[in-house]
Design a protein around this ligand. Structure first.
Ligand SMILES: Cc1cc2nc3c(=O)[nH]c(=O)nc-3n(C[C@H](O)[C@H](O)[C@H](O)COP(=O)(O)OP(=O)(O)OC[C@H]3O[C@@H](n4cnc5c(N)ncnc54)[C@H](O)[C@@H]3O)c2cc1C
Length: 98
């Protein structure tokens, strides 16, 4: 994820539930009602469900691409483009193309 963000000149931020797993530092950027609002030119949601508390932090983004293995994921309703697949397959493939 960080490698892709670096390649695109972007930054990585997280949902609350991902931060709660403890895989990233607790002070890491979190998006949503309890975190930050953002308005990037391009937002790539990787394995994000689309909970209301998250979505209200991204609704000013210009173009939204979401990758989720669940075709019913709510995040697709807030996306310009959707990829129904495993993030662990899609992100390395995108990085390789770049
Ligand atoms: C008062 C309150 C305030 C809150 N504030 C915030 C906030 O500011 N920000 C915030 O983010 N949340 C907030 N929450 C929590 C919010 O309600 C959700 O629980 C949270 O956003 C869910 O995060 P998630 O989508 O990462 O996790 P999950 O709900 O666990 O969803 C994970 C998603 O990833 C998909 N997925 C999993 N593995 C893969 C894979 N390998 N490839 C592709 N797809 C995959 C699954 O299909 C699923 O859709 C708040 C909750 C409360 C009660």
């Amino acid at each position: 994820m960080q490698a892709l963000a670096d390649k695109l000149g972007g930054a990585v931020a997280y949902t609350r539930s991902f931060i709660d797993t403890g895989h990233v530092a607790s002070e890491t950027a979190m998006i949503g009602t309890s975190g930050k609002s953002m308005q990037p030119q391009l937002l790539i949601n990787a394995g994000v469900s689309g909970a209301t508390q998250y979505v209200c932090g991204i609704n000013k983004s210009k173009t939204v691409i979401s990758i989720n293995k669940d075709p019913q994921a709510a995040i697709f309703g807030f996306s310009d483009y959707g990829v129904v697949s495993d993030v662990d397959k899609v992100l390395p493939a995108v990085l390789a193309q770049l």
